[in-house]
Design a protein around this ligand. Structure first.
Ligand code: G3P
Ligand code: CA
Length: 377
């Protein structure tokens, strides 16, 4: 084949590709327009396990504090007890955040789903926080309980002045066959699956009353597909990270062999295998009906919630070009709020809702201490 033909063919292909890319970008709604259409605040304040910097995660103290500070969403990790009750807990077992080792020593390593709700309710889910964070400890945190989804819904509905939405993650969903259906039934029973276009869809309503009142999130492809099947009209986010079962890393060197001083340093160096691998995950999420992605962030201070930087500007741009939103997890410091906003994200999961609200110039009317006190803590 003559060289000139090859060159012109190449040029034509490049031009065609560019035109297609521009057309796609031009037809995608802006993130702000998309968020408005979905009833999702932009930027969104997502209280990660409640106000979990200030009170024991996933307890009434954390969720009531996040609600009364004015967070847009209460984030929770959904699990199901042995007797079928939906409840919120992040870890697979109860060791880190409860006194299971004292109350059920022979079962302390068992997964949380091996316990009935009555058993879970005997546990103290607050005292660990006082030990771990003495500077934020309060006697009233001792004895706080694990919460059912019903109880978190009650909390979300409990302040007439501000009703946040719920941002629900199906946690390790393969352990809980059918949890997507159970969740749908519960949300339906509680009136949290209002059809789009009903009077509850008006954008001027609080997020907890509008059409973006529930956002569903998962790391698992299979769960995203089931959530879409069960609740096609509810906004969904595919969570992203670099590692097994999710985005393939550029380097396969394990942490133990990496020579890095801690996991945060190790994760910070992780990258998707290539751009196409990142694109594949975003494309998959879109094809399954997700309205956005929830990527990890590398935090300036490191720590155990610092992962690979998946909110680089080119990544957010690509996601936006597909007409999707980006909600990054889990960011707590102003320097990182600024960094991820500059990179183009549309909302942030944070353990420090009060700080993020301040950063977004929507400061809470009362301090964290006052809010805790007002709620009896
Ligand atoms: O759900 C977003 C974020 O919470 C994911 O991380 O492990 O805290 O659930 P994790
Ligand atoms: Ca979560």
């Amino acid at each position: 084949m003559p060289a000139t033909f090859t060159k012109s063919t190449l040029l034509l292909s490049l031009l065609l590709g560019l035109t297609q890319f521009q057309a796609q970008a031009a037809t995608a709604p802006s993130p702000a327009a998309l968020a408005t259409r979905l009833g999702i605040p932009n930027p969104a304040v997502i209280a990660h396990r409640g106000a979990s910097f200030d009170a024991p995660e996933s307890t009434a103290a954390a969720y009531k504090t996040a609600r009364d500070l004015g967070a847009d969403y209460l984030e929770l990790d959904l699990q199901r007890s042995k007797d079928g009750v939906l409840f919120a807990l992040h870890d697979n077992n109860l060791q880190r955040t409860t006194d299971v080792a004292t109350k059920f020593p022979e079962r302390k390593d068992s997964p949380a789903n091996a316990f009935t709700m009555a058993e879970l309710k005997t546990l103290d889910a607050g005292s660990w926080f006082n030990t771990a964070y003495p500077d934020r400890a309060r006697p009233s945190f001792a004895g706080l309980k694990i919460l059912t989804l019903d109880e978190i819904i009650d909390i979300a509905q409990g302040n007439p002045l501000h009703q946040p939405g719920l941002y629900i993650e199906t946690k390790e969903p393969k352990q809980f066959p059918g949890i997507e259906h159970d969740l749908k039934m519960k949300l339906q029973d509680r009136g949290w699956l209002s059809p789009a276009g009903s009077k509850l869809g008006k954008s001027e309503l609080a997020v907890g009353q509008g059409k973006g009142k529930v956002v569903l999130q998962t790391f698992e492809k299979s769960s995203l597909e089931l959530l879409q099947k069960e609740m096609p009209k509810v906004p969904k986010i595919l969570l992203l990270w670099v590692g097994e079962g999710n985005i393939e890393p550029a380097s396969k060197v394990a942490f133990a062999e990496s020579g890095e001083k801690d996991k945060a340093a190790y994760y910070a160096k992780q990258q998707p295998k290539d751009k196409a691998e990142f694109h594949r995950w975003v494309d998959y999420a879109k094809a399954q009906g997700a309205i956005g992605t929830g990527p990890s962030a590398a935090l300036t201070k490191g720590g155990d919630q610092s992962y690979a930087d998946l909110v680089q500007p080119w990544m957010n741009q690509y996601t936006h070009d597909q007409g999707m939103l980006v909600h990054v997890y889990t960011v707590d410091d102003a320097v990182d709020y600024q960094k991820v906003m500059d990179a183009g994200v549309d909302g942030i999961f944070t353990n420090r809702a009060a700080e993020l609200l301040k950063f977004y110039k929507r400061p809470a009317a009362a301090s964290v201490g006052q809010v805790l006190q007002n709620n009896g803590y």
